[in-house]
Design a protein around this ligand. Structure first.
Ligand SMILES: Cc1ncc(COP(=O)(O)O)c(C=O)c1O
Length: 397
C-alpha cells in the first residue's frame, strides 16, 4: 500500500495485518465510528458546493478558512504562520522533508523513530546520519545529546517526532527550545512531526514547535500535523504543513508536485469540524478515554504475559518489552501472534536505528507496539487471545 509519493506510510507489519482477519492492534489510527454529530457535519459538507465548480478565489478562501480552523483547533497563534493542507499525514511529512533536506547535507534523526521517516530521508540524495541514544535501554530520546550533535555536526536538517511513535515520549517545551536554538545556531532546518499531538490521554502537555518559534528568530522550521491519529475517519483525512517564510514556500512547491489541491468536501468538513468544538473535542476525548482504559488493561496483563510496558506520555501507542527467553521475546513473535493467535501487533524493532544501536537491539526481538485507540472490548479480546496463545504455547513446549 503506497501513497502518492511512492513511500509506503505503513510498516510491513501494518500491511500484513490489514490483509488478515484478526484483532487489529496495529496501525495507530482510531477505528471507532464517528458520533452522530460528526456524521451530520460530514453529510452537510457533502451536500455543500455540489452545484457549481468553484473558481480559484473561492478555493483559496476555503483553504484559508481551513488553515484558520486548524490553528484554532491546535491553539496556535496565527501571526505570520501559514498552513498547507495535504492529502494525508505521510504526504505532508514527505513533502516537508523534501523541502527541508538540503542537497548533499546530512539529516539528523534520533532513534527510536517511526520507520517511514528514515525511509523517506533515504529517498532523497542526501546522506543520512542516524543517532541512536540509548539511556540504559530505556528507549528515551536524549534531546540534550541531540542538540549537542546538531551544534557539532551542523546537519542540513534535523527531524523530531513529538509525541514519538512508537514510545509516546513527548518533547517538552524546553527540549524543543534547546533543539531549535541549536538548529538556528548551526543553520540546520528543523522538521517536527506532531501528528499525535492532539491525543494526550494522560494530560501531558504537548507543546507545538509552531507555538515556540517566535522566540527563536531566524530558525528555519516546519511542523507536520494530521487528522488521522486524532479522528480516524481514514477515508476522510488530511495532513498539514505549518510554517512560514521561504521554507514554507519551498514546501508549497514540493506539495504542488504531488497534488493539485485537496477535495473541497474535505476542506469544508474539517473547517466545520474544527469550528464545532463540541463535535471535535468529544471525538478526541472518546479516543483518549478508550486509550486510557486499554493502557490500564495492558498494564494489568503485563505480568501474565511476562512483559513490561513502556508507559507513553501522550499519543495512543504503547510498547511492551517481553522478558528474555519468553515466546513474546522471540524475533518472530509478532508473526506468530498474527498467524496463530489472530492478533496483529507491530514489531517494535523496526523503529530502532543506528549503527551502535540501542541496548534493546541485542535481544533481536521482544519489543511489540500496541495501538490503544481501539474499542476497549475489542482490545481486551486481543489481550485474552494473546494470553490463551501463550498458555497453549507453554503447554506445547
Ligand atoms: C508520527 C507519524 N507521522 C506521520 C504518519 C503518516 O500518517 P499517515 O499514515 O496517516 O499518512 C504516521 C503514521 O503512522 C505517524 O505515526
Amino acid at each position: 500500500m503506497s501513497s502518492s509519493h511512492g513511500v509506503s506510510s505503513l510498516t510491513a507489519d501494518e500491511v500484513k495485518i490489514s490483509a488478515t482477519e484478526c484483532i487489529d492492534l496495529g496501525p495507530g489510527y482510531p477505528d471507532d465510528r464517528p458520533s452522530g454529530e460528526v456524521l451530520e457535519i460530514w453529510m452537510k459538507a457533502c451536500a455543500d458546493h455540489i452545484d457549481e465548480p468553484l473558481d480559484s478565489s473561492e478555493r483559496t478562501r476555503a483553504t484559508d478558512s481551513l488553515a484558520e480552523a486548524v490553528l484554532g483547533f491546535l491553539s496556535i497563534q496565527g501571526g505570520s504562520l501559514r498552513v498547507l493542507p495535504a492529502s494525508n499525514g505521510s504526504t505532508a511529512l514527505h513533502r516537508a522533508l523534501m523541502a527541508a533536506i538540503q542537497p548533499r547535507q546530512p539529516v539528523l534523526l534520533a532513534s527510536p523513530i517511526i520507520d517511514i521517516i528514515p525511509g523517506m530521508v533515504s529517498e532523497s540524495r542526501s546522506s543520512r546520519v542516524r543517532v541512536a541514544q540509548p539511556i540504559g535501554g530505556s528507549l528515551r530520546v536524549d534531546y540534550a545529546a541531540l542538540a549537542y550533535e546538531i551544534e557539532n555536526t551542523a546537519p542540513g536538517c534535523c527531524v523530531v517526532v513529538s509525541p514519538l511513535n512508537p514510545t509516546g515520549q513527548v518533547t517538552t517545551a524546553d527540549e524543543l527550545r534547546m533543539v531549535a536554538t541549536a538548529c538556528r545556531a548551526a543553520g540546520t532546518r528543523l522538521v517536527v512531526d506532531q501528528c499525535f499531538a492532539e491525543t494526550s490521554p494522560w494530560g501531558t502537555p504537548v507543546p507545538h514547535i509552531a507555538e515556540l518559534v517566535s522566540e527563536i528568530e531566524g530558525l528555519e522550521w516546519l511542523e507536520v500535523w494530521d487528522t488521522g491519529k486524532t479522528f480516524g475517519c481514514n477515508d476522510a483525512k488530511l495532513g498539514f504543513i505549518i510554517g512560514e517564510g521561504k521554507l514554507l514556500a519551498a514546501a508549497e512547491e514540493a506539495l504542488h508536485l504531488v497534488q493539485f489541491d485537496i477535495p473541497h468536501v474535505l476542506k469544508s468538513f474539517f473547517s466545520q469540524l474544527f469550528t464545532s468544538p463540541s463535535a471535535a473535542v468529544a471525538m478526541r476525548d472518546a479516543v483518549s478515554a478508550a486509550a486510557l482504559v486499554n493502557l490500564n488493561a495492558l498494564q494489568k496483563a503485563a505480568s501474565r504475559i511476562s512483559a513490561s510496558v513502556i508507559t507513553p506520555e501522550a499519543g495512543t501507542l504503547a510498547l511492551i518489552i517481553a522478558a528474555a527467553g519468553t515466546p513474546l521475546s522471540k524475533p518472530e513473535a509478532h508473526n506468530r501472534l498474527l498467524r496463530e493467535a489472530g492478533v496483529g501487533v507491530i514489531d517494535g524493532m523496526c523503529f530502532l536505528f543506528g549503527k551502535t544501536g540501542n541496548p534493546l537491539r541485542r535481544h533481536r526481538g521482544g519489543l511489540l507496539r500496541f495501538a490503544l485507540a481501539r474499542n476497549p472490548t475489542y482490545f481486551a479480546e486481543g489481550l485474552a487471545r494473546i494470553e490463551r496463545w501463550l498458555a497453549t504455547d507453554r503447554s506445547i513446549s
